[in-house]
Design a binder for this molecule. Structure first.
Ligand code: ZN
Length: 330
């Protein structure tokens, strides 16, 4: 198999704190022998588990980058038993552009796994994470939010896995993260996700959706900060005891949780995130933007539950996910 073109300035076997880069050669008009320099921090002391922490898998989701750059700058080797690998801005070109996907190749990193060593820059990042970072990791936390087009109730998430013992380990780590909500998440499009790649290797993997709208709030950043600290304690890399924290358990049992918009127009949400909803209740109206005198299209709830996600911008198009309604378990 082709070697990754990515080289690194850090040594994954060395004790101490190392701030460096993944260097991805990228020849282009403004830099003939240039490279993309993706920041990475490795904190290690002695023998212990390895935790991989990633942000900006999508470039317009900010709780991960904010929490992880703070951790990278604050982490001390003497507080670590084992190893922490921190990639605050994993799809770096997308992050720098403030976009979900890379401006270079339009690559959606979280649909690019297992990647390719001779593919596009986004595929090369996926390939490096797949073959060089995931195998090192016992625990992986990938911090997402809704980005510019979605907003979420703040939750940590796991998937339904064939290996129930592995799923139980993921659920324990999700509860340790202690977001206000904890979701068993259904993916409609899981091929190529970091989640699937890590889960297929048998890793303990937790993802999050902590907010959205293309920014981050003090509240959601605090959830990320606390969650990362607790995740490290749970993994055994940080010492300490975890105080129990209330989290509302949510489930997305089937595709009826997703409400897809079938019209272009002006979105009027009639419910907000966190609202409890009864099947048939009015969820949103979509107004015609080309003329007056036309009745709005009504969107009604497909099921009982809580409004867990919504389309964020004021305008909506046919095919957009308008809302996600999740079951509240307890
Ligand atoms: Zn994302």
């Amino acid at each position: 198999m082709l070697n990754s073109p990515i080289t690194t300035t850090v040594d994954y076997s060395k004790d101490g704190i190392q701030h460096g880069f993944l260097k991805l050669p990228y020849s282009r008009d403004d830099s003939a022998w240039g490279a993309l320099m993706i920041p990475i921090t490795v904190a290690q002391r002695g023998i212990g588990p390895t935790v991989l922490l990633t942000g900006a898998n999508h470039g317009d989701e900010y709780e991960g980058p904010v929490a992880l750059i703070k951790l990278a700058n604050a982490i001390k080797a003497e507080d670590v038993k084992g190893r922490v690998i921190i990639l605050p801005y994993m799809n770096y070109p997308a992050f720098r552009a403030g976009q979900r996907t890379s401006p270079i190749d339009k690559g959606n990193l979280n649909r690019s796994f297992p990647g390719s060593a001779n593919g596009t820059p986004t595929q090369k990042i996926a390939d490096y994470v797949q073959r060089h970072l995931l195998p090192l990791a016992d625990y992986t936390l990938d911090i997402h939010s809704g980005g510019r087009t979605l907003d979420f109730l703040p939750f940590a998430a796991v998937h339904v896995l064939d290996d129930k013992a592995q799923q139980a380990r993921c659920e324990l780590a999700m509860r340790a993260f202690a977001a206000p909500y904890s979701m068993t998440m259904l993916e409609l499009d899981s091929a190529g996700m970091l989640d699937s790649a890590a889960e297929a290797m048998g890793k303990v993997f937790v993802s999050t959706e902590l907010g959205g709208g293309g920014s981050a709030s003090a509240k959601t950043i605090a959830i990320a900060d606390r969650g990362v600290q607790r995740f490290l304690v749970h993994a055994g890399v940080y010492t300490g005891a975890l105080s129990p924290v209330e989290t509302v358990m949510l489930d997305m049992p089937d595709s009826s949780c997703f409400i897809t918009c079938l019209d272009d127009g002006l979105l009027e949400m009639c419910k907000d995130l966190g609202d409890m909803i009864v099947a048939g209740e009015l969820l949103a109206r979509v107004h015609d933007v080309t003329r007056t005198g036309v009745s709005a299209i009504e969107y009604r709830a497909s099921r009982n539950g809580v409004l867990a996600s919504r389309h964020f911008p004021g305008l909506i198009a046919c095919g957009d996910t308008l809302a996600v309604i999740a079951d509240v378990l307890h």
